[in-house]
Write a new protein. Structure first.
Length: 332
């Protein structure tokens, strides 16, 4: 409307001034339709995102790199105590070394789990928890740091009373899930997650009541099927790990999957043993197998008497005789 009014004013000026004042009238018309300087709106401009510069971690000194290689070689040779000592030397030089911290935490817990004396167990578990907490401060979202904290908490819980143990299992949840999310290639993280899920899924009535009243509820995520899936994932990543086979076979037995457990235990017979812990687990697997085989045979006979078609036999591994020989590494 304002523009029409201005054009109408210009036509009145032309009629008043005549054709001689046509130029001045046209100039006034142009000025009339142009917006004032304050009315000119700038074109919207898209904000330019500035790149975020992330400082790369400083390179390790040559001496530290040599010790890291030495510690890894010792750990791969199942010399955990010697490897832990090397990582501790690294931490004296570089107290914030992330790799050395979480590896020292894991090794401390592994060494402590071998002792039967609860005092020594507790000392190593506490040491592992300290290393794990320091690694978690450096990388709160790190898969390795969360795995180290979860491992220390899970093993410490075995020494606690019932209430403190349930609280530790509740605190474990976020760490164990972050570990598998950030490091899906770490089989030990999947094993720990499966163990935690199965344990929470089988809380008894008193544990569930205590969790609901005192801790605000049972931690979500406890499920037997998911636990077995996690153990299967761990075994897929590390098929020669005897501990994974034993844990998964026990879950199969508890869930009534006897034939799956038999097949898995017969596969475990073929796996070599490198450490004294492997030898113990191998013997546990062989001890678990005969009762399952006898129970399956009775079930097949019962099916035959009932006129049902028997299930196919569970084949034994081709080279099971070699698995009966208990082999140990140089560590023993």
């Amino acid at each position: 409307m304002l523009v029409l009014f201005r054009w109408w004013s210009c036509l009145l000026l032309v009629a008043r001034w005549g054709y001689g004042g046509l130029g001045r009238a046209l100039l006034l018309c142009v000025l009339a339709v142009l917006p004032a300087a304050g009315q000119i709106r700038p074109l919207p401009t898209k904000p330019v995102a500035l790149p975020v510069l992330v400082a790369a971690p400083p390179a390790d000194p040559p001496a530290v790199r040599v010790k890291l290689f030495q510690a890894a070689a010792l750990a791969n040779s199942f010399k955990d105590s010697e490897a832990l000592a090397v990582y501790q030397e690294i931490l004296k030089e570089v107290p914030t070394h992330y790799l050395a911290l979480w590896q020292a935490a894991v090794l401390s817990v592994k060494i402590g789990a071998r002792y039967s004396d609860e005092t020594r167990k507790s000392a190593y578990f506490d040491l592992g928890r300290q290393y794990a907490d320091r690694a978690l401060l450096l990388r709160p979202e790190g898969g390795e740091s969360n795995y180290a904290v979860a491992l220390a908490l899970f093993n410490e819980a075995t020494l606690y009373r019932a209430g403190a143990r349930l609280r530790a299992f509740s605190d474990l949840r976020s760490h164990v899930y972050l570990a598998t999310e950030r490091r899906p290639d770490l089989p030990e993280a999947w094993q720990l997650r499966g163990r935690w899920q199965y344990r929470v899924a089988h809380y008894n009535i008193i544990e569930r009541l205590y969790s609901k009243i005192v801790l605000g509820g049972v931690p979500p995520g406890g499920d037997s099927k998911e636990a077995m899936a996690d153990l299967e994932k761990a075994r897929e990543l590390a098929p020669k790990n005897l501990q994974f086979c034993y844990d998964l076979a026990r879950m199969y037995v508890y869930q009534g999957r006897r034939r799956r457990a038999i097949a898995l235990l017969r596969e475990a017979e073929r796996l070599p043993t490198f450490t004294s812990e492997d030898l113990v687990v191998s013997r546990l697997c062989r001890k678990m197998l005969p009762p399952l085989v006898r129970a399956d045979a009775r079930r097949q006979k019962r099916r035959a008497r009932e006129g049902k078609k028997p299930k196919p036999a569970i084949l034994a591994p081709a080279d099971s005789s070699r698995a009966r020989r208990d082999t140990l590494s140089r560590k023993q």
